[in-house]
Design a protein. Sequence first.
Length: 311
Amino acid sequence: MALHAKDRSDKKNLENFYALTIILFLVLISVKSKEATATFGLLVASKVEYATSSISFSFEPIVEENYLQAKTYVVYDVVNKKVLFGQNENQVVSLASMTKLMTAIAAKELTSGDTIITIRPEAIEAGYDIGLKNGQMWKMNELIKYMLVFSSNDVANLLATSITSREAFIAKMNEIAKREGMNTLVFTNPNGLDGPGFFGGRGSAVDVALLMSYAYKTIPSLIDATSKSRATVFSSTGPVSGVPNTNQVVDKFVGIEGSKTGFTDEAGGNLVMIFDVAIGHPIVIVVTGSTRTERFSDVEKLYDRTKKALQ
């Protein structure tokens, strides 16, 4: 009996040896080919920034007249890095407060999110930002959330002059745009306001889509604040609750990850939103040159059309 037990043990050891040899052989093949297979994905690091998506879209031609009020629009697939469809999407237009996405990115690149910024009298002299009080101290991240949700021009200006000089801050905004290949984006101020003979920010709908994609990648927790109808932010005097989002239709959308509005007389109604249309598959929708109210219905139409085209 002891001999039979030893034979079984030797046989088991041999089987284990063969199994280990096969595993090592497959791992070597996987490493050599640099492919992260389902079995060995944890063993071989992937260098691909975005995985190739298994989903696709099938769009029917738009035949309706006056389908949208927007003068330009685009639907952009972040994963596959391509335009799904659009109209005049490369035309350069005024961005209005969509500019503040780049303001947020520049601020984060220039200093830490924990940097303390003090509210100065000139930042609140217009009286529009009821959440701000003279002498309050804010962590920069909280100010950025407030700026993006409430579209605060005062905070945009305050960030630009508190972190560095205004000129250096605007130069940083333009540097990032050029560095990241958003070649049509040009900024002359941090808030996006236009005036006689000048613009705050200009660029194409495609480059705004790239801007939102970059913000989603680099400052996701700050962008997330704009996915809700109201936000709570914190200052040295306590929480500021119920800050209203200038995008009051966010609750209509499943999978929304972030948004930013913009409106001036020059720009008309602008809106950029990013959604997950499938798990881990964000798309960006941009409309420009619509109206103050119909920019929201324009994005909703494009969102519904994209969801229906999902296969």
